[in-house]
Design a protein around this ligand. Structure first.
Ligand code: TEU
Length: 563
């Protein structure tokens, strides 16, 4: 029997360095702060750290706008600090994966500074320049992710340059083989330092339709360019070239962040026979409830929709490819606030329920910093407490263009702003939650006095210790890593129940996603009398008569039946 690849039974922990731990009192997290906390992460039991970008950046998009791929960001520390982190992490048997942002750079990258200087230098075609339309308007009607057009006119050379995100993040031209070679050399530089692989930022956006057609008009007033840059014509060529030039020479973990990717496309990206990527991050579940203005017009969602999405991905990648599993990251609101219940009464219980659901699915789980503490969205009252350009642009742009009211955008921001994931990690009930001795770059969530690592570590019933047990179970039971998935009670709107089966072992995972007591029947084919409870988020077992169960609000249980 071939052992599964090491990253298939690993657990990844995402660190957003800016908000994790500040070691030098400047109010911004840094690399030495991460090194300080390796023992905490080893205690949790994680195997790999995904570091959001640590490269030199003007921080317009907090490091997702890189001005030098070979330098560590000044506020994060030095290359020696990073080398020390790598060495110390190895002592703790923790691997480090980097965030590869190569769809675009910062407009302060030397490549772009040279590219925009003249029309005929060697870096001109490192980026995407086009003439205006005959009427002088932008080459296409596409809207940028952070507001406005995806094109900005450059007076000096009288052309527009493309930027799918902000005007300070010009898109790289992957049609250019010289650019691709420079990217591959940079990847080799970091792999030779000992990093274990890459999370690849919007990697399915790097290949654009060379005709740059206009898109269908959206409620935002711009055209939808998505069909012309998501999963583009040469994306598989580029990823296979990257594999052949770089990745095949190292034992790496790779995960591609892919907005708008489908299961069928993900099978092609992650089929081991195709030599592309190990996993992808899809967005189907985190887009639940998106309305006419996307995340800025959030609508209610149904559990059956969530279950259908997870089932589609579990079944779709069961034989070919591999799933990543996540509830949140640095771009998403806090999981408990988004999918659970962040009220004082149900925060811990629903946090454990969400963890049970995700960690019992087939795939590699990703824990976002603070998720293991049950951190919640920050209830910021003022727009002045927010820092994220995406949030601030939406707050101004959507109202100014009469696409929504001020009250509607504030409500949407309080639900979906990326800043909810970016408030400082809550280490203790000390000032600034022990994150910094300085003034934090963004306010600490006021609930840090009761929600913090210090409290969690000393409370054996905390979410932290529950995550720790889930990770231990993954190491103990191969059925969690390799078992096949089947949905139960597919049409139930409160209960998510599914099985995982491998050889003579069957797990029955049951999660109540609601605030109600729910009575339901499990199929009689399962002899619950012979079942052992592997993990439960409540101390009392559910009321049960034969296969009829009564689950309390947000109750979660994993039964193990061995035939
Ligand atoms: O995000 C990609 C992406 O799709 C964004 O639109 C993001 O998901 C959105 O903000 C959610 O509402 C990646 C990075 O994760 C993000 O932090 C960067 O801002 C973005 O790319 C540009 O690099």
């Amino acid at each position: 029997m071939t052992l599964p690849a090491w990253w298939k039974n690993s657990v990844v922990y995402q660190i957003y360095p800016r908000s994790f731990k500040d070691s030098d009192g400047d109010g911004v997290g840094d690399i030495n702060g991460i090194t300080e906390k390796l023992s905490y992460l080893q205690d949790l039991g994680i195997d790999i750290i995904w570091l959001s970008p640590i490269y030199q950046s003007p921080n317009y998009d907090n490091g997702y706008d890189i001005s030098d791929y070979y330098q560590v960001m000044n506020t994060f520390g030095t290359m020696d600090d990073f080398q020390h982190l790598l060495e110390q992490a190895e002592q703790y048997r923790i691997k480090i994966m980097m965030d590869l942002v190569v769809n675009h750079t910062s407009d302060q990258h030397q490549w772009f500074i040279k590219s925009r200087a003249t029309k005929d230098n060697q870096y001109r075609d490192y980026y995407i320049w086009r003439d205006p339309k005959p009427d002088g308007s932008a080459p296409t009607n596409w809207g940028a992710a952070f507001g406005g057009s995806t094109w900005t006119y450059d007076q000096k050379t009288e052309q527009y340059y493309l930027h799918l995100f902000s005007d300070k993040q010009p898109d790289l031209n992957w049609e250019n083989p010289d650019l691709r070679q420079d990217v591959y050399q940079m990847m080799i530089y970091w792999l030779e330092k000992g990093v274990a692989g890459f999370r690849m930022d919007v990697i399915n956006m790097i290949s654009k339709d060379p005709n740059y057609p206009d898109g269908e008009r959206l409620p935002t007033g711009f055209g939808d360019g998505g069909p012309y840059y998501f999963n583009g014509p040469k994306i598989h060529d580029y990823l296979q070239e990257m594999h052949n030039h770089v990745l095949k020479n190292y034992d790496t973990i790779t995960v591609g962040e892919m907005p708008n990717v489908t299961v069928e496309q993900a099978k092609r990206y992650t089929d081991i026979e195709r030599d592309e990527l190990d996993m992808v991050f899809h967005f189907d579940h985190v887009s639940l409830g998106d309305g006419r203005l996307g995340k800025w017009s959030p609508q209610p969602w149904k559990l059956t929709e969530l279950k259908s999405i997870f089932t589609r991905w579990q079944k779709g990648l069961d034989q070919v490819g591999w799933n990543s599993l996540y509830w949140s990251n640095h771009d998403q609101p806090r999981a408990i606030s988004r999918f659970g219940d962040d009220s004082e009464h149900y925060r811990v219980r629903s946090g454990k329920m969400l963890a049970t659901c995700l960690h019992m699915l087939k795939g590699t789980p990703y824990i976002y910093q603070g998720e293991e503490l049950g951190m919640t969205n920050a209830k910021f009252e003022s727009i002045n407490d927010y820092r994220d350009l995406e949030t601030l642009n939406a707050y101004n742009d959507l109202v100014n263009r009469n696409l929504c009211s001020r009250a509607e955008i504030i409500e949407a921001i309080q639900q979906r702003s990326r800043d909810h994931a970016r408030t400082p990690m809550q280490w203790s009930n000390a000032k600034n939650a022990g994150f910094t001795t300085g003034d934090p770059w963004i306010a600490v969530n006021p609930n840090y006095k009761t929600i913090n690592a210090q409290v969690a570590l000393h409370d054996h019933t905390s979410i932290f210790h529950y995550y720790k047990k889930l990770i231990q179970l993954r190491k103990q039971y191969q059925v969690i890593v390799e078992g096949s998935y089947d949905i139960l009670l597919a049409n139930h709107e409160q209960i998510y129940a599914f099985t995982r089966t491998l050889a003579n072992q069957t797990l029955i995972v049951v999660c109540n996603f609601s605030k109600q007591n729910i009575t339901f029947d499990l199929p009689r084919s399962f002899d619950l009398q012979r079942a052992n409870i592997l993990i439960s988020n409540l101390s009392d077992d559910p009321l049960q008569k034969d296969n009829r169960l009564i689950f309390e609000p947000y109750q979660a249980i994993v039964y193990l039946i061995e035939n």
